[in-house]
Design a binder for this molecule. Structure first.
Ligand SMILES: Cc1cc2nc3c(=O)[nH]c(=O)nc-3n(C[C@H](O)[C@H](O)[C@H](O)COP(=O)(O)OP(=O)(O)OC[C@H]3O[C@@H](n4cnc5c(N)ncnc54)[C@H](O)[C@@H]3O)c2cc1C
Length: 511
């Protein structure tokens, strides 16, 4: 092969997994090239809360969080079952604490406990406070010129809200890695550089073809290539081929999460799994046609085309998304459905955490996504549902509120449901006119099917044999959590863990 360039480790993508892999490989003394296909570093991880579900870690222990690894293991195994290999699950569970110890040895990293209840609060050993940590905030000024290369958050990128002077959450996570990487001369990070093809020689991937500002380059990776290129949620053809519910308009990631790197893996013989899966959420429909990840419903009810309530509105978002999908598959729910609420907040919907600012509510009305009525009957006409049914649904809901318990859908039973209401039942009577309804669809936080790996993130072929020199993590990897979303911080936490394991493995690899 006629190579243009050589490194030890080629990392593809700069989300949580990519920057972790690049950092760990560089710290192990390997020469690293990271290529990012878009014009900013960070991927959807830069939009994210930056939360990490890493049980038993030192930050939880010091901060009084739930640091019991044995109970976390039991909870995780119960939920994920045998949908993914037990050894893969244990690699995730057993490496999180080690990864945090490793990062905390470097002054660029600092973490805080951020209590966030596990997502299946009724399953044995679920934690009411979670096993969840976040990066400590980072003054944006510390990034210097790197700030312009960091993907902004959703508020700035999609709504034009200026970035704060202090970076939080996913911004702080990626920012801290970019700073740490900038001190490692053996790591080179490139924007607008896209992996289009992997090169396999015999049983080994030896490099990749990267298309960038300087044209097409063949990069030789002596130890390996780590695919950390996110999911394929922006690829309509792949979504249709693999049967991923929802649409591109509901994808929260930047458009560059297009599945090219996963396809490149498949083209050289890699096996894939969980290809119809994503991390889902009910999605607030925006005037620009997008459905966006929304959580923290502290009032209102979802109603279907028959004017009936159909789920616990405060349930963890992925469970909510999966209920919506199941109902749609049975023909019991059509999109859009509506969040019905009253005027106690002057027409603003009872949403504590829209993830990107709701913005000017009048735009939703103009787009037909927000409708109102002086009476419930008028609202029913406005959204095209039977008036008697809507009146009966609201009357029933108001009775449940007065009873202090949701006997129909169990809203408020689990700790997560109450986390946005300071432990209060997240339900208020719908009684103060005028009445409003805002439209909802299905959103996703990324697909989670991808290249099948072993516990060191080495990609496997269809016979289960390792393809040497090829690694995958994050949403490019068939998720360790299978079809479950056990708790906030699973996507980012597991992406970082398998990237770290891949880098350490490449550090030990014989070439
Ligand atoms: C608002 C919001 C909040 C969230 N909060 C949390 C949270 O707190 N905790 C949590 O665990 N999860 C959270 N999630 C989900 C989480 O952000 C993602 O699932 C996770 O960050 C995916 O990380 P990743 O490592 O797979 O890579 P990504 O962040 O998806 O990054 C992949 C990168 O690869 C690049 N790329 C793609 N193809 C190529 C190619 N061919 N060549 C080169 N580069 C390529 C992309 O441009 C992108 O920059 C949240 C999501 C959203 C939208």
């Amino acid at each position: 092969m006629d190579w243009d360039e050589t490194c030890d480790v080629l990392v593809v993508g700069s989300g949580a997994g990519g920057v972790t892999g690049a950092y760990a490989a560089a710290r192990e003394g390997l020469s690293v090239i990271l290529v990012e296909s878009s014009d900013r570093f960070g991927g959807i991880s830069a939009y994210s809360g930056g939360g990490m579900w890493l049980p038993g870690n030192a930050v939880l222990r010091r901060g009084g969080g739930d640091a019991d690894l044995a109970s976390a293991r039991d909870y995780y195994h119960t939920l994920v079952g045998d949908r993914t290999p037990r050894a893969l699950q244990d690699a995730y569970l057993d490496t999180g604490a080690e990864l945090i110890d490793y990062l905390e040895q470097d002054p660029h990293f600092a973490f805080i406990v951020y209590p966030w209840p596990d997502y299946f609060g009724s399953v044995r050993n679920a934690s009411a406070t979670g096993r969840h940590i976040m990066p400590a905030p980072l003054p944006a000024a510390e990034l210097g010129p790197l700030r312009a290369a960091l993907r902004p958050n959703l508020g700035e990128e999609r709504e034009g809200v200026p970035l704060a002077e202090e970076l939080w959450m996913g911004q702080a996570l990626i920012g801290r890695f970019l700073l740490a990487l900038s001190k490692r001369p053996n790591a080179t990070l490139r924007l607008n550089a896209k992996l289009t093809e992997l090169i396999r020689e015999g049983d080994r991937v030896t490099g990749a073809i990267i298309s960038g500002p300087d044209g097409v380059r063949r990069i030789h990776a002596r130890r390996g290539v780590l695919i950390a290129a996110g999911g394929f949620e922006h690829n309509a053809e792949m979504r249709a081929r693999f049967g991923v519910p929802g649409e591109v308009a509901g994808a929260m990631s930047p458009p560059s999460n297009d599945g090219t790197a996963i396809s490149a893996g498949m083209a050289i013989g890699a096996d894939v799994d969980l290809m119809d899966q994503a991390w889902w959420s009910p999605g607030l429909l925006r005037p620009n046609g997008r459905a966006t990840f929304t959580l923290g419903f502290d009032g209102g009810i979802f109603v279907n085309q028959d004017g009936q309530r159909f789920m616990n509105e405060s349930i963890p978002y992925d469970r909510g998304g999966r209920e919506i999908i199941a109902l749609m598959k049975r023909g019991a729910l059509r999109l859009p459905f509506w969040l019905v609420y009253d005027d106690r907040d002057g027409g603003m919907p009872p949403i504590q955490y829209p993830n990107q600012p709701i913005g000017d509510i009048a735009r939703y009305r103009t787009a037909g996504l927000l409708r109102s009525g002086a009476t419930l009957a008028e609202l029913a006409t406005a959204i095209g549902v039977p008036a008697e049914a809507l009146a009966a649904t609201v009357a029933r809901f108001n009775t449940l509120v007065e009873d202090g318990a949701d006997a129909d859908f169990g809203r408020g039973v689990e700790p997560y449901d109450r986390m946005f209401t300071e432990d209060r039942l997240p339900m208020d009577r719908i009684a103060r006119p005028p009445f409003h309804a805002i439209a909802f669809g299905l959103s996703d936080l990324g697909t989670k099917g991808g290249l099948r790996t072993d516990p060191d993130a080495q990609v496997l072929d269809k016979s289960g044999a390792v393809i040497h020199g090829l690694y995958a993590t994050g949403n490019s990897m068939a998720a360790v959590s299978g079809t479950a979303y056990p708790g906030g911080g699973n996507p980012v936490g597991s992406s970082m863990v398998f990237a770290y394991r891949a880098a350490r493995h490449m550090g030990r690899a014989e070439i």
